[in-house]
Design a binder for this molecule. Structure first.
Ligand SMILES: NC(=O)c1ccc[n+]([C@@H]2O[C@H](COP(=O)([O-])OP(=O)(O)OC[C@H]3O[C@@H](n4cnc5c(N)ncnc54)[C@H](O)[C@@H]3O)[C@@H](O)[C@H]2O)c1
Length: 282
């Protein structure tokens, strides 16, 4: 059976770790050639190595880019088009959660600016160059390839619900991602370009676990999670695959929450989760 991204080309930012790494491997397993982009080149190269070893039918390239720099993002998109002839999927996933990000009184301007540059401006650059490339995608009916493409922007559940454990710059940046994605989805809806936000709940990735470094901090969150556990990066990768593929052909402008029910919760159940999460692909 052909994979769900057979013959397609995907670019993933933040591909060196967490959601981006799991997604890169999953996309490759579904037949995509993948460009793995990260400011941490070693992480991206590790992902490309896993793909090449595991899936000889596809290609993977790792490249260093800082998504807050327009020239870096343009170069990464240009590389995808030069090497593979097109860009079908752009996963703008790189993001930071700064340890000094706090409330309105304590957050320093430099933390605000840095967070906005990476989490929000970085997504803008990714959308800009993906749109330009996707407009040029040749159609090849036999291979299931068409003009346009799918852009997925990683936001967060904190853009949907408030938290009394503030990370003001982070939350504001992710709210910006939701609003920008919605607007771009409307602008480009008749060009075959779909643009959606992925809103992960709290995950067991280094990004969050480094931040929640005590049992007390973890418990403060777990009580609000209906399923009684944090999410796994692979669970976000599976949702990203749906948004990336033509299976989601009528989905655009969505705030696609993959949060274990967190953003719909009032009172959560008691007890242990009945099911274990799926295993990582790494
Ligand atoms: N982990 C969570 O609980 C959680 C929850 C909601 C949303 N998110 C979002 O999911 C996305 C992925 O996070 P993750 O949990 O996989 O984190 P992660 O830290 O495991 O991975 C993030 C990757 O982004 C890269 N990166 C950071 N700044 C960059 C830059 N300027 N340019 C290019 N690459 C850069 C890092 O090197 C890293 O490899 C982020 O946007 C994050 O805000 C995460």
């Amino acid at each position: 059976m052909p994979g769900r991204l057979q013959n397609k080309v995907a670019l993933v930012t933040g591909a060196g770790s967490g959601i981006g790494l799991e997604s890169s491997v999953l996309f490759a397993g579904e037949g995509a050639n993948v460009v793995l982009v990260d400011v941490n080149l070693e992480g991206a190269q590790n992902g490309a190595k896993i793909i090449v070893e595991r899936f000889p039918n596809v290609k993977a390239i790792a490249t260093r880019a800082d998504v807050s720099k327009e020239a870096d993002v343009k170069a990464a998109v240009d590389l995808a088009v030069k090497e593979f002839g097109r860009l079908d999927v752009m996963f703008n996933n790189a993001g930071i959660m700064h340890p000094e990000d706090d409330n309105a009184l304590n957050t320093e301007e430099r933390i605000w600016d840095l967070t906005m540059q990476i989490n929000l401006k970085g997504v803008w650059w990714g959308c800009k160059y993906a749109i330009l490339a996707m407009r040029q995608n040749p159609t090849d009916e036999r291979k299931g390839l068409h003009t346009g493409g799918s852009i997925i922007n990683t936001a967060s559940f904190v853009a949907l619900v408030g938290a009394a454990t503030p990370q003001l710059a982070y939350t504001a940046s992710k709210g910006g991602v939701l609003a920008m994605t919605r607007e771009l989805a409307m602008v480009h809806a008749r060009e075959g370009i779909r643009i959606n936000s992925l809103c992960p709940g709290p995950l067991k990735t280094p990004l969050l676990m480094d931040f929640l470094n005590t049992e007390e901090k973890r418990q403060r969150r777990l009580v609000h999670l209906p399923m009684g556990r944090f999410g796994e990066a692979v669970e976000l990768a599976k949702a990203a695959l749906f948004l990336a593929s033509d299976d989601s052909s009528y989905v655009t402008g969505a705030d696609f929450a993959v949060d274990g029910g967190l953003s719909k919760a009032y009172v959560t159940p008691i007890g242990e989760p009945a099911l274990a999460p799926p295993p990582s692909l790494i």
